[in-house]
Design a protein. Structure first.
Length: 470
């Protein structure tokens, strides 16, 4: 979670809630090294890892990792340690930490980012999460590192093409990530869902191309200025690349899109009749403001918010989303309107808290970014009505980012309106937004689960592709 997205999620409005603690001791050298702990949040917990070193001048230098969120090597601000008390400022996420070194070589402390949260640390690396579905060499197929040229924007996308070892003229798919800067494996919270999908499909005779998002990892371009229109152009470049490969049957090339990637797949198929099929994995099929309103409701309730409180919040949030629909306003003008609207509901104490005000400014800046404004204003329904190819749309019923009922119903209704009856929709009762078997469906649970993607989903996607490319 792409957080404000949980990577591969749809712009989920959850901050990078990371605590930063440097274990200190009476001997300065005792704080050096790696420490880990669990930050308790309303949706569960987040693993935090700190790497502490020291300069020749005696200044502490620390980076932090949040493996559950796929965030690594995050820089921190100033650190002070006196009388066993550690104070750390973390300006990047508008947070601070205060902790005490104990005689048992642990640190007990409080991380504050708007609200105080307990965070205790132990020395050493946290155990790497078990991901049993990740493929291990030797692999029974061919893997090729490729460079894909987006001719429209003049950038190169770095990717991986996997090809079955036997045969030729393979059916093929392009994998399209969800929101947020994603690498080719759509890596999130220690999971690599696109790596697992590509491995399974290729073992079963289907070629797969997956690329790093523009401006991410090894791909060129600028991510911050891009909208889904730009990512659609990148996807079109990937399709054209597959069409240039002699190993691929050009009549059997489709798209698998996750979350916002599903929306992009519909957009491309609406104007490109050569797209052979689409698989939408929790694809967003309603306008962004409606999807976000439902998403915030589901996330809030997953954190224990009573429905009565949500009902009082809903009109305010809907009004703020409506402000973003003003296409005659500049981003700066929208930022001012949002800031005025939010601050009038805040207490004097909140307005005096520097971290709270900084967090608010950062969130408003994110909400007026090119990607977010385009997303909130775009209605996928217009493209869905033009899709003529076979479509398989899947969702998890425990998905709190892209509501299964709302979006599957929209996909079925809009596509069938144009006479296309080749639409299959399915909701899996126990699966979340990443198609993991889960208990709660909460965001924090993603990284805690060993399963990367449910085997039944992998099997059904594969069988459906092979059936529709005979």
């Amino acid at each position: 979670m792409k957080l404000p997205n949980v990577k591969s999620g749809i712009a989920v409005a959850v901050g990078l809630i990371i605590g930063f603690i440097i274990p200190a001791s009476l001997c300065a050298q005792n704080i050096l090294g790696t420490w880990h702990g669990k930050l308790t949040v309303p949706t569960g917990s987040l693993t935090i890892v700190f790497h502490i070193s020291q300069t020749e001048q005696g200044t502490y230098v620390t980076t932090l990792d949040s493996p559950d969120q796929g965030a690594n090597n995050i820089k921190t601000g100033t650190t002070s340690f006196q009388d066993s008390i550690l104070n750390i400022q973390i300006p990047l996420i508008h947070a601070s930490y205060k902790g005490k070194l104990n005689t048992d070589r642990t640190i007990t402390g409080t991380f504050t980012q708007g609200i105080p949260l307990p965070l205790n640390l132990e020395r050493g690396e946290d155990l790497k999460p078990n991901r049993p579905q990740e493929p291990q060499p030797p692999l029974p197929y061919n893997t090729e590192e490729v460079s894909v040229k987006n001719e429209q924007d003049g950038i190169l996308l770095a990717g991986t093409l996997t090809l079955p070892q036997k045969g030729n003229k393979f059916p093929a798919v392009v994998l399209v990530t969800g929101s947020g800067a994603q690498n080719r494996d759509e890596e999130i919270m220690g999971h690599k869902p696109f790596l697992v999908i590509a491995d399974y499909l290729t073992r079963n005779g289907i070629a797969v191309l997956r690329c790093d998002d523009r401006g991410t990892a090894a791909s060129q371009g600028i991510y911050a200025n891009a909208t889904n229109e730009d990512f659609a152009k990148d996807t079109e470049a990937m399709l054209n690349y597959l069409r240039s490969r002699k190993e691929i049957d050009t009549r059997k090339i489709g798209i698998i899109g996750h979350s916002c990637g599903g929306t992009i797949a519909f957009h491309i198929a609406a104007k490109d009749p050569a797209v052979a099929f689409i698989i939408s994995l929790a694809g967003a099929a309603v306008q962004g403001d409606s999807l976000m309103l439902k998403q915030v409701e589901l996330i809030s309730k997953s954190q224990g918010m009573p429905d009565a409180i949500w009902q009082t919040m809903k009109p305010t949030l809907r009004n703020r989303y409506s402000l973003l629909q003003q296409t005659d306003k500049t981003p700066e003008e929208l930022q001012k309107e949002l800031y005025d609207d939010v601050t009038k509901t805040m207490s004097p104490e909140q307005l005096k808290d520097l971290n709270t005000v900084q967090q608010l400014s950062a969130q408003i800046s994110s909400m007026t970014s090119p990607w977010y404004l385009h997303f909130m204003r775009y209605d996928p329904g217009k493209d869905l009505k033009k899709v003529k190819c076979p479509v398989l749309a899947l969702n998890g019923e425990k998905d709190i980012q892209v509501d299964a009922s709302m979006n599957l119903n929209a996909i079925r209704q809009k596509i069938t309106e144009n006479g296309n009856k080749k639409v299959t929709v399915k909701a899996y009762p126990k699966l979340n937004h990443l198609f993991q078997t889960c208990e709660k469906g909460t965001l924090a649970e993603y990284g805690q689960l060993e399963e990367t993607i449910n085997p039944e989903v992998l099997r059904e996607m594969t069988e459906w592709i092979l059936k529709n490319t005979q």
